[in-house]
Unconditional design. Structure first.
Length: 394
């Protein structure tokens, strides 16, 4: 039995790796293939009468670890220098506008047809407003450099702003001045904690000479995040600051406390750390989507009632996405199609309190939105417009 489980997981993850390798050539996002593979596996086990453990409680845990690794991996990719300040500021403001506009537009729709409060409607809408950097960034590999850079910053900021916005709304019942002050103080506290932890982890990364050093650091990162989450602090700020700091060490050499570090040696260690983090992210992300696909029921995917809502919501997303691109001076095509929803959307949906749940905003609606937005991205990246832009910028 043990051997069968090991063989199954190894085979599935190798297939997931093949999906990732071939996605740039086939233009089919690996997340779609992973969901389909998970669903087919469920159908096969049902047909053969094979008993499988209940993964329902495992999924949120796997998703939380995946969220940490995805944001850490994405934040280490953010290169901050003066030449990119304009792009960074436009990307941040654009993401901010998009998150708030989509969240409030969809929340208004939910509020109009449900008896729940507007706050509950907003809690359910925010996860849908977040672009999945884990899906969007790999899908932009064949696009022009200018478009790739925009997608990296835009989707990374979308993840970060979206999760912080969700944390604030989920923890607040009234939007008073006191609530904003408290949240501001919590953000400030997390910045202080993040700064101390980042310096400490950087020293560990630089000074540890044991042959095992990267896994303990990743575990410490997850531990600090989890402790902050336990005390209801905006823990993602720590992941963001830590990732940005070690990804931009060459810009931090002037800080006196870092002078004792051998930054040349540390750069090599950071490169290795990024490689291990990327591979761990691939592993957790693949397992999450395989497991999520496995838990999906066929009737949920084809549910006509939720499918109508899914198309309506995707329409709102695309309209506001086009407006965001127009306001930030970006070309609408093909970037308007690069707005997939994914792991963070699913994870935040799973963490919504039962008191804030809205009946028709269920797992099948979320899955349909993820699939539709990912398919639109896939079709959009196949457009001739993309190919022409690529040739112009090579």
């Amino acid at each position: 039995m043990t051997a069968t489980i090991i063989i199954t997981f190894c085979a599935l993850l190798l297939v997931a790796y093949i999906f990732d390798l071939t996605s740039t050539k086939t233009k089919v996002p690996s997340v779609i293939l992973l969901l389909v593979l998970g669903w087919l596996l469920q159908e096969l086990t049902t047909f053969l009468g094979i008993k499988v453990p209940d993964f329902t409680t495992t999924l949120p845990v796997l998703g939380s670890v995946g969220l940490i690794l995805i944001v850490l991996d994405g934040s280490m990719e953010l290169d901050f220098n003066k030449s990119k300040l304009k792009l960074i500021s436009k990307s941040f403001l654009g993401s901010l506008f998009s998150i708030f506009a989509i969240a409030f537009a969809i929340a208004w729709l939910f509020y109009m047809i449900d008896d729940q409060s507007f706050n509950s409607a907003l809690v359910n809408a925010i996860p849908i407003s977040i672009i999945s950097s884990a899906i969007a960034i790999p899908s932009s590999r064949n696009m022009s450099r200018r478009h790739r850079e925009f997608i990296v910053y835009d989707t990374s900021f979308s993840d970060i702003v979206g999760v912080i916005f969700f944390t604030f709304v989920a923890m607040s019942t009234k939007y008073t001045l006191g609530a904003f002050v408290d949240f501001g103080l919590e953000l400030l506290l997390m910045v202080v904690i993040s700064t101390i932890a980042t310096v400490g982890l950087s020293f560990l990364l630089s000074k540890l000479d044991h042959h095992i050093k990267f896994i303990p650091i990743i575990l410490l990162v997850i531990l600090i995040y989890s402790i902050a989450e336990f005390y209801h602090l905006p823990a993602l700020i720590f992941i963001l600051l830590f990732g940005i700091s070690i990804g931009n060490l060459d810009k931090l050499k002037r800080i006196s406390i870092l002078n004792s570090l051998d930054t040349g040696s540390l750069d090599k260690e950071v490169t290795r750390f990024r490689e291990i983090t990327s591979e761990a992210t691939f592993l957790i992300r693949s397992l999450f989507f395989l497991m999520f696909g496995f838990l999906v029921e066929t009737s949920e995917i084809l549910n006509a009632d939720s499918l109508q809502w899914a198309f309506c919501i995707v329409g709102v997303i695309l309209i506001i996405r086009a407006l965001q691109l127009k306001l930030t001076g970006q070309k609408i095509f093909p970037l308007v199609f690069i707005a997939p929803r994914g792991l963070i959307t699913i994870l935040l949906f799973l963490t919504i309190s039962p008191l804030d749940k809205i009946g028709f905003v269920n797992q099948n609606l979320i899955l349909q939105i993820v699939v539709i937005t990912t398919l639109i991205m896939m079709i959009g990246t196949l457009s001739p417009n993309k190919e022409q832009e690529l040739k112009k910028n090579i």
